[in-house]
Design a protein around this ligand. Structure first.
Ligand code: ADP
Ligand code: MG
Length: 723
């Protein structure tokens, strides 16, 4: 008999085990049983052939309509053409080769089968060439037995391991499987009416009925949700138990002085979140808070006020930005906002002021030394930097607060590394302008409490977005360039964003999400600037900005743009986050379909920051009806970041969304959908909190502890201990 830990090779035999291992990375019985069917096909209920897309690797259930051998016209030989149908559409199966008579006999009209292969197009007809197949009724056929049930599982498969081969292996494994013990506490199972694990594992593969199948899936989703939430609950509990230096606000410090000079009123949201932070910073346990807010909602001011509170309490604050450009800009704008409050020890500096140090990887040695010294001595109350900040040799006199801007660029490990710079865990504020659906926040950032800035400060101008479909309307591109001229003539500035720096392989951000290797290479900054300079934008002042430039060059270009010495900035996504030039009112994104939905939303946030309305043109060759085009249309249709974030999550594999919180291994969430299973996740979060409150180390629940470890993976477990 077998257990979940048995090696497949000992259960299903060497050849099959090898195929499952190389094709799908499945090594143990547990691996195979966790390779869940994507869906159940009901016998008789056919696949929707009309929905098949070219290049998809598909398994379809369909019925043979006709089959005939055809002589090839200009070549010798013949081929067998079988047409299968499902009532909604048809699909052609083509088998080349002379000896197809046996196959013709095997596939007479009326035969029901599963057919697997890659969809291609020939003569305007969708077809599968040499599909593999299994016949579902047909007497004397061995494999028909394996599909005797009414429900036929369809597995994620590869071209080497077909769904029915997986199905056969699963059947064999289940026949030999010892009863699987259930880690879930019985009361929890009763409360949520969950089937036991043994039943769930059997019924998810071989259900008698649809109800059985759904009950099994529901239970397995619970396992995933509970596992993740237990790990997060443990992490929260451990973090909350840590001592932290309280940094209570004082009445007459830099913060009070800063508030007095603030040239605008804080929004209600800013005040509310500010009060939350003031309160949490004063506690003897570390704050862990995620601050979400649309681009331009004023997160930076909120963060700065928290930093000043910590400075007032004698501590230091570090602000971590994702790029050098952004770090430099943060440092500049913080210094501007602070004025003489940032010039402690200098002539004209305010008496109770502090200093702001900028620390990035590429500073000249002298500046770097000075910044390091300011951080180490405590002379700088605020230290702004990129990931260079978390390098080993940077030390702080008394780091009290870490602010991470634009979180999506930082891994959890990086956050932790910086936190470890303090003698005691510092307070942590993570800011993100990428709206995160609630359940994703609960899962990916489940160790953080969440605040949201919903309103934008008054006086913001709307951004209108238009898709420029050069696939169908090449002439519109000319119009776009013309529009840039008009904008510049009106005294304003423009961004042109490209997905790539130059002709080399380098990119600022390898945006693999939507990239396909077979397409033409994405438009590059270096080519585009030349093309524009010599052509449509001749006479305008153009400059380029990308991650390949030397840091002082980047600073120079950015400063030139801020000073309006540059009309049009041709750039990569380095301008995506935080860059704040109110006079820039228009953005043209080239090859816009190469960017993710949230990324485009983020990018266009760069325009419309001033008095004038913003305009964003998304240039793309994507044709109407394609998923790429639908994404762009969605971005053009709404400015609601949360809606777009949902779309983004739907379109990426959810495992990728979790990438930041998980190690590179296979996604641990196979069944749980962060969007559709919101209620379940919320319940699991409550239950996990209760379990961990009673049993922090899961000592009373050893099987659960094991399950958490398996789900989260070893690297994560280590990291949980570190926390
Ligand atoms: P975010 O970081 O959320 O994108 P910022 O904090 O950079 O937004 O704010 C964008 C701009 O709005 C800045 O120039 C900032 O000074 C300004 N700002 C922030 N809060 C307010 C407010 N309450 N009223 C008016 N302007 C504000
Ligand atoms: Mg910002």
């Amino acid at each position: 008999m077998a257990t979940l830990d048995s090696r497949l090779v000992d259960v299903v035999g060497g050849r099959t085990a090898k195929a499952l291992s190389t094709g799908l990375g499945l090594e143990t019985v547990g691996d195979l049983l966790r390779h869940y069917p994507r869906r159940m096909s009901e016998r008789g209920e056919l696949t929707d052939l009309a929905s098949l897309r070219v290049d998809d690797d598909v398994t379809v259930m369909a019925e043979v309509r006709s089959s005939r051998v055809i002589r090839n016209r200009n070549r010798s030989g013949s081929r067998l053409e079988v047409v299968v149908g499902d009532g909604k559409g048809t699909l052609k199966l083509t088998f080349f080769g002379n000896r197809q008579t046996w196959r013709e006999r095997e596939l007479p009209p009326g035969t029901l089968g599963l057919f697997a292969g890659k969809v291609s197009v020939f003569n305007n007809t969708r077809q599968l060439t040499h599909p593999e197949y299994v016949i579902l009724h047909g007497e004397g056929l061995e494999q028909a037995d394996a599909f005797a049930g009414a429900l036929i599982p369809v597995y994620p498969a590869t071209k080497d391991v077909r769904t029915w081969q997986i199905s056969n292996s699963v059947r064999h494994v289940l026949d030999n499987l010892d009863p699987v013990p259930d880690p879930m506490p019985a009361d929890l199972r009763r409360k949520h009416r969950l089937v036991d694990l043994d039943t769930a594992l059997r019924n998810v593969h071989q259900p008698e009925s649809n109800d059985d199948w759904h009950a099994a899936r529901y239970r397995l989703k619970w396992d995933e949700a509970l596992g993740v939430q237990l790990a997060l609950a443990q992490r929260r509990a451990a973090a909350a138990a840590n001592p932290a230096t309280p940094r209570p606000a004082i009445i007459d410090g830099v913060l009070a002085e800063f508030d007095k000079r603030l040239p605008f009123e804080l929004t209600a949201g800013q005040r509310e979140v500010g009060a939350e932070l003031t309160d949490e910073l004063a506690r003897p346990h570390p704050m862990h808070r995620l601050l979400q807010g649309e681009v331009g909602s004023g997160k930076t001011v909120v963060a700065l006020r928290a930093m000043l509170q910590v400075v007032d309490a004698g501590g230091q604050a570090a602000l971590l930005a994702p790029t050098e450009v952004l770090a430099a800009q943060h440092a500049r704008s913080i210094e501007t906002l602070l004025g003489d409050l940032a010039q402690a020890g200098q002539l004209g500096g305010a008496e109770n002021g502090t200093r702001v140090a900028l620390l990035t990887g590429s500073l000249p040695t002298a500046a770097r030394k000075a910044a390091l010294l300011d951080a180490a001595s405590g002379a700088a109350g605020i230290v702004v930097g990129t990931h260079a900040l978390i390098q080993q040799h940077v030390s702080f006199a008394d780091l009290g607060l870490v602010v991470v801007d634009e979180q999506h660029r930082f891994g959890v490990e990086q956050r932790d590394a910086l936190r470890s710079k303090a003698k005691q865990p510092p307070h942590l504020l993570v800011m993100t302008a990428t709206p995160i659906p609630r359940t994703v926040a609960m899962t990916v950032f489940g160790d953080l409490d969440t605040s949201v800035l919903r309103e934008l400060p008054v006086g913001r101008s709307p951004i209108s977005t238009t898709v420029v479909p050069v696939g169908e309307r090449p002439a519109w591109l000319e119009r776009a360039w013309q529009r840039i001229r008009e904008e510049v003539d009106a005294g304003r500035q423009v961004y042109v964003v490209c997905p790539r720096i130059g002709t080399g392989p380098e990119t600022d951000e390898p945006d693999a999400e939507y990239d396909e290797p077979t397409r033409r290479p994405p438009v590059a900054v270096t080519d585009t600037i030349e093309m524009l300079q010599d052509g449509p934008l001749r006479g305008l002042r153009l400059a380029m900005l990308h991650g390949g430039l030397a840091p002082d060059e980047k600073d120079r270009v950015m400063a030139g743009f801020v000073a309006r010495d540059v009309d049009v900035l041709v750039a990569t996504t380095v301008v995506e986050v935080g860059v704040d030039v109110p006079n820039a009112t228009m953005m043209v994104v080239l090859d816009a379909d190469r960017f993710g939905v949230s990324q485009l939303h983020q990018l266009r946030g760069r325009v419309g920051r001033g008095r004038h309305a913003g305009l964003c043109l998304l240039v793309s060759e994507a044709l109407p009806g394609t998923p790429s085009r639908e994404r762009l249309d969605a971005v053009a249709a709404t400015t609601d970041g949360f809606e777009l974030a949902r779309l983004d999550v739907e379109q990426r594999r959810e495992g990728d969304v979790l990438g930041a919180a998980q190690s590179g291994r296979r996604s641990t969430l196979r069944m749980l959908s962060l969007l559709r299973d919101e209620d379940l996740i919320a319940q699991a979060r409550d239950d996990a909190g209760a379990i961990v409150a009673d049993d922090p180390d899961l000592a009373v629940h050893p099987l659960l502890a094991e399950q958490v470890a398996a789900l989260i993976g070893e690297d994560q477990a280590e990291y949980l201990e570190k926390a």
